[in-house]
Design a protein around this ligand. Sequence first.
Ligand SMILES: Cc1cc2nc3c(=O)[nH]c(=O)nc-3n(C[C@H](O)[C@H](O)[C@H](O)COP(=O)(O)OP(=O)(O)OC[C@H]3O[C@@H](n4cnc5c(N)ncnc54)[C@H](O)[C@@H]3O)c2cc1C
Length: 560
Amino acid sequence: MERHEVVVVGAGLAGQRAALAAVQAGRDVALLSKLHPLRSHSGAAQGGINAAVGAEDSVETHIFDTVKGSDYLGDQDAIEFFCREAGPTVVEMEHFGTIFSRADDGSLARRPFGGAHFPRTIYAADRTGLALLQALWERLGSETLTLYEEWDVTRLIVRDGRVQGLVALDRASGEFHEVAARAVVLATGPAGRVYAKTTNAHSCTGDGIAVAYDAGALLKDMEFVQFHPTALLESSILITEGARGEGGLLKNASGERFMVRYAPHVQELASRDVVSRAIVTEVREGRGFQGPFGGYVHLELMHLGKERVESRLTEICDYARRFAGIDPVTEPIPVYPAQHYMMGGIGTDLHGATNVRGLFAAGEAACVSIHGANRLGGNSLLETLVFGKQAGVAAAAYAAGAPAPELHSTDLDEATAPLRAWSSRSEGEDPSTLRTEMQRTMEECVGIYRDEASLMEGIRRIRALRQRAERIRVVDRSGVYNLNLTDALETTHMLELAEVIVVGAYARTESRGAHARTDYPKRDDARWMRHTLARRTPEGPALDYAPVAFTRFEPTERVY
Ligand SMILES: Cc1cc2nc3c(=O)[nH]c(=O)nc-3n(C[C@H](O)[C@H](O)[C@H](O)COP(=O)(O)OP(=O)(O)OC[C@H]3O[C@@H](n4cnc5c(N)ncnc54)[C@H](O)[C@@H]3O)c2cc1C
């Protein structure tokens, strides 16, 4: 059995930043990840990271934009803290060696992003996430910590209301291990693969959120799912908001710049929920293009000129050329919205603490909440670093005073018994079939627009899939890189989260941010200005609600 004071699960930006903070606080730290750290989804982030460093901009405006962007569901105390930390965080990352793009005068270059009053998004061309991840990984290299690479956490061990450690599968050997820990930080990232069309990597299966939920942690605001307006048709590869930030235009099949009708003041740079709904409406009402991969609209960059497009949007050019056979310098890019980000996650306070003692969470797997009902582009990379650090500091402080973890000889057996049953069946359900059906269900029933009938249907279908999942069969019996087994694990995790999303969405009878109910088209502050909290029970998620923290911004109607 392995033993550490603090175990950080997930080695994306949030996990690495948490690990760095915990090591610096003097604790014995392990970093455990199912992927090599540099393959984490953080490395796919394109557009940039927000910090109000421009002369015209201010922390106050960043706070207001984030509160408004959240459709007033974000906790204002958390948002204030978050925006104040933005400048120092970006400077720290630069000192760690991140090479950001520069303006002509040598200052940090900034691009406009949706929902922001001023250009506030600092970037490294269109590979900001990779630039940050590499710099942080190099910085972490000069510290002493243990790395468990290609280990999948499958269960948390909680006893006496306190985390004692976890169980993980070593992919390379197929062996399960117990890891004793005084504190665990979950930084396991996104869950976008719950949907069929997503910009998220294949690894983004929400494992940590499901594992925490199983262990009694409360999940917050899971019904708020962000769809990015511009994903490349067919593959759903992200075309960064930076493309519109650089001046890209959205046009329908008649060549009309339709965003002028939906957001007269800022057009293409309205927040993501607004632009996504506009595109879907254009296509549904017959003003989009139609092709073998469904409806779409055009994103035009041609007028920006070859030099600008190729230097500022290098990766985008590459993606469009390789995956759609389109050259953005001379042709419009076919785009349609796709799932992109989960505003919800494991509920935490400002320091990453959850309702389970010794369990902390940060990054996209967590919900503090600063994004509320809709996240602004560029705020998520910042969130991973700001709250990753907070969670690392808090976990280290907790571990310093916590009793030694208590693991029982039966823990490993209990945690792995259901998985062994999957491999011993001679017949049963194929996990990949369940996954595909879940993804289709989420697309059809809990997409950009929802209503009572679609959500009821969603609940029925997801529950039926969960029942079938009790009879999952893993055909591959080998130990080494058993992808059939990891696929089954990830599928059961996602099915659990799918149920929380659809049940939360059904209960919330209003429209707010990314949650758009056609049967309840208005925001209803009197009843719904509150966070959803989901607790796992054998009968399904039990919902409760918690107040939103207000400091100074009274809710008003959100207009862009
Ligand atoms: C294509 C794309 C572009 C984006 N662009 C931007 C942008 O420009 N600006 C912005 O602010 N945000 C952007 N975002 C959002 C942002 O990148 C993510 O929210 C953020 O990087 C998530 O970081 P993380 O550390 O929480 O998770 P990740 O970087 O996804 O890391 C998760 C880690 O958890 C590990 N893990 C997962 N499950 C397990 C398990 N069971 N056991 C062990 N380890 C596990 C993985 O191996 C990985 O190391 C983008 C997102 C996408 C998908």
